[in-house]
Design a protein around this ligand. Structure first.
Ligand code: 13P
Ligand code: SF4
Length: 309
């Protein structure tokens, strides 16, 4: 039996669903039941009736699935698949900061790229697909603390500059590698292309984009656009879905100053072999204490509710 056949057979016998982020390798995406952005993945996790969720992404994504589905087994192909952005805001530092600034009565908004322990300290979660909508629901007289991504936070502020918002100084090393000079060089080689930028990039790079949006919205934009060529300023695995779902158009991964693209090494920890093994062994699993899970669930549920309104 091929590895792919083994995985399909294990999915059936374990009553498992495979959820994969858009940055997973093409062979994993091709075997997944659902491929999408962080918002779509959390909605899928909340809705599935499978008994096992095999989460092909990074650790905080698996945790989010477990927060929403405590009765289900959530496995990751590689438990070491972390996230530099999540690591830039440890729960103890956030707790100390909130304690020190108690008088400011922050409304804490967390980008979903953070640990369950951090989510448990927050009022609401957002993703790059719903960030503006979520922030628009917060009473205007409350000062917002936005964690952990200063770039996503500053993007929200660009669309609503009068918001009172303090930004946590965190970032994603994959998106912060892009520079205006590298993007301008790529644009000069393909003058008719549209440039799509992920909001985790810094403001000078975002300013070069025809659109700034989540990975999922990038697909809709390219499908609906009359343009024929696109530069994607994000992780290069995005090219796989673009090429299969938007045929007849040409896509380029954006370069950095010293590399042809910017890969997320953590996303690539997952392999087909590890996916097969986690489905077979039901390990490694995400486990959370019920107290932590329940505290983290409140802001995640609030996000799901607000993103439907
Ligand atoms: P989205 O897919 O939600 O846009 O997020 C990108 C990302 O960096 C996930 O880690
Ligand atoms: Fe984290 Fe950045 Fe990798 Fe996304 S691309 S998982 S934010 S390190």
């Amino acid at each position: 039996m091929s590895l792919a056949q083994e995985i399909l057979e294990l999915k059936r016998s374990q009553r498992a669903v495979v959820l994969a982020h858009n940055y997973q390798s093409p062979e994993i995406q091709d075997l997944a039941d659902y491929v999408g952005d962080s918002l779509g993945l959390s909605q899928q996790a909340a809705a599935t009736d499978a008994e096992v969720i095999a989460f092909c992404g990074v650790h905080f994504m698996g945790e989010t699935a477990k927060i929403l589905c405590p009765q289900k087994i959530v496995v990751l192909p590689d438990a070491a698949a972390g996230c530099s952005l999540s690591d830039s805001c440890p729960a103890d530092k956030l707790a100390a900061y909130l304690d020190e600034h108690r008088e400011r009565n922050f409304y804490v908004v967390a980008y979903i790229n953070c640990s369950a322990a951090v989510k448990a300290l927050c009022d609401v979660i957002c993703t790059s697909g719903n960030a503006q909508r979520i922030v628009s629901r917060i009473p205007r007289d409350r000062e917002i603390l936005f964690i952990p991504d200063r770039n996503l936070g500053s993007w929200i502020l660009e669309s609503d500059p009068t918001r009172l918002m303090t930004l946590w100084p965190g970032g994603c090393h994959v998106h912060e590698r892009f520079t205006p000079a590298a993007i301008q060089r790529a644009a000069a080689q393909h003058p008719a292309t549209k440039i799509l930028v992920h909001p985790e990039c810094d403001a000078a790079v975002r300013a070069l984009g025809d659109i700034v949006c989540s990975t999922e919205k990038m697909i809709a934009y390219c499908r609906d656009s009359e343009a024929k060529e696109f530069i994607l300023v994000t992780e290069p695995a995005m090219l796989h879905r673009m090429r299969s779902e938007v045929p007849g158009k040409t896509f380029f991964a954006a370069p950095t100053d010293d590399a042809p693209c910017s890969e997320c090494e953590y996303m690539k920890y997952n392999t087909l072999e590890k996916l097969r093994d986690c489905l077979r062994d039901l390990s490694p699993q995400i486990t959370l204490t019920e107290d932590l899970r329940a505290r983290a669930e409140t802001p995640v549920r609030r996000m799901l509710e607000w993103s439907q309104l």
